[in-house]
Design a protein around this ligand. Structure first.
Ligand code: ADP
Ligand code: MG
Length: 263
């Protein structure tokens, strides 16, 4: 999966490019204009071709996510949550409508440009962690920096260790993923998602494979990251966790049915 996320990376280096989030770019305008939304989805339609003809999975979805928001996406199994998330990360493409994330209109990007864009702007967190089993935890965290050629080679391990400290995993850094618990794997995966300092973190059921106490702590970590200025969109089945998010988007039958916002 990680190979898919970063495949065809051909870009050149640049710490500046890596840290230039959509939000920060907005601040370079002449006036202190209000920041544009980090995610802008307009009239999104997604159909899959099947043997029985096209099946519509997302119908006319429009939504905005502002920089610094913490959004939970909920809905029954098969309602289209993963499909929606995959449109935001550019892992899959719309059939119709527009998706703009961190100032980039994703519809327009070819595969190479998409991989390059994603590597720098989105940290993706998976239900089953997707750590490479033959690499140590710290090597897994260095990997996105290698793929995107962001931080200078000599600084990558130090940065990875710093990120692992942030998720309380520095003492596990030299173990293989197979030697640590599920919660610890997810912490490592979060550190990896932060490697290139993306403005946006996206998770598809990132606590779905964890016991409730561990899930709770991972959720707390997400809250901390939002407090540090990240924007977070996560799909979750866990009602209790969803209800703690400041904003909840409910997907049903490929449409947004309900939005709950708490001040
Ligand atoms: P959720 O994440 O909410 O469980 P998904 O977004 O994975 O739902 O799927 C929504 C619907 O789209 C489901 O009916 C699923 O079977 C269908 N679907 C997902 N991916 C494909 C695909 N590649 N081809 C055909 N149908 C798909
Ligand atoms: Mg899903």
């Amino acid at each position: 999966m990680i190979a898919t996320l970063f495949r065809n990376w051909t870009g050149e280096a640049g710490r500046e490019a890596a840290t230039a989030s959509g939000a920060k770019m907005a601040q370079t305008g002449a006036e202190a204009a209000p920041l544009p939304a980090l995610i802008v989805i307009d009239h999104l339609v997604k159909e899959y071709a099947t043997g029985a003809g096209p099946v519509r999975v997302l119908s006319d979805v429009s939504m905005r996510v502002q920089p610094g928001e913490f959004v939970a996406v909920v809905g029954a199994s098969g309602s289209g949550k993963s499909t929606l998330i995959n449109m935001i990360t550019g892992i899959d493409r719309p059939t119709g409508g527009d998706v703009t994330v961190a100032g980039e209109r994703l519809n327009k990007l070819d595969e190479n440009a998409m991989a390059r864009w994603r590597g720098r702007h989105v940290g993706v967190i998976f239900q089953f962690f997707q750590l490479l089993p033959a690499l140590t935890i710290v090597e897994n965290v260095v990997l996105p920096m290698d793929f995107c050629n962001t931080w200078p080679v000599g600084e990558r391990t130090e940065r990875a260790m710093h990120l692992l400290e942030q998720v309380e995993m520095a003492d596990q850094a030299h173990k293989l993923p197979g030697a640590v618990s599920g919660g610890q794997k997810q912490r490592a995966a979060i550190a990896r998602a932060l490697a290139n300092d993306p403005p946006l973190l996206v998770g598809d059921e990132p606590t779905g494979n964890l016991d409730s106490r561990t899930a709770d702590r991972i959720f707390g970590l997400f809250g901390d990251l939002v407090g540090q200025g990240k924007t977070l969109v996560m799909v979750t089945h866990d009602r209790e966790i969803a209800h703690r998010a400041p904003r909840v988007i409910k997907v049903a039958d490929g449409r947004i049915k309900e939005e709950i916002e708490r001040g």
